[in-house]
Write a protein of this length. Sequence first.
Length: 148
Amino acid sequence: MDITGSFLLVTALFLLIGHFVPKRNKPISYGGAFVIGIAQALATLPGLSRSGTTISTGLILGNSKEELARFSFLMVIVPVIGANFLQLITTEPEAVNVVFFPLVIAFVAAFVSGYAACRWMINIVRKGKLGWFALYCILVGLSLIIFA
């Protein structure tokens, strides 16, 4: 059985539970932030969507969709910076042969596309369209389990 396909089905389950839980629109508490952080840590498993898992966990806790969308995307900043810092301090200086201008172009392209993707995902969450992402996860997860 394919582990990534299996965890895509778990992602779909989280999304569906979060979609059908009664909405309470309460603010994110410190305890809720801790639980959502644990969900983010679990999303390192292959097939678990980080944003899907954190947003669904918050919805299950009764938090506001709009607040969760922003919170989920802000949460990713710390691990990304940490991973880059770790790579920076563990890479041999001689191995880094980067030309400055292409690096700036790549940074700007990544920033713009990342910002656009975040805005798009936040709008999807606000509109409550996570059921479509759950369906996608089910189809891809079953395909991986059956055909991989």
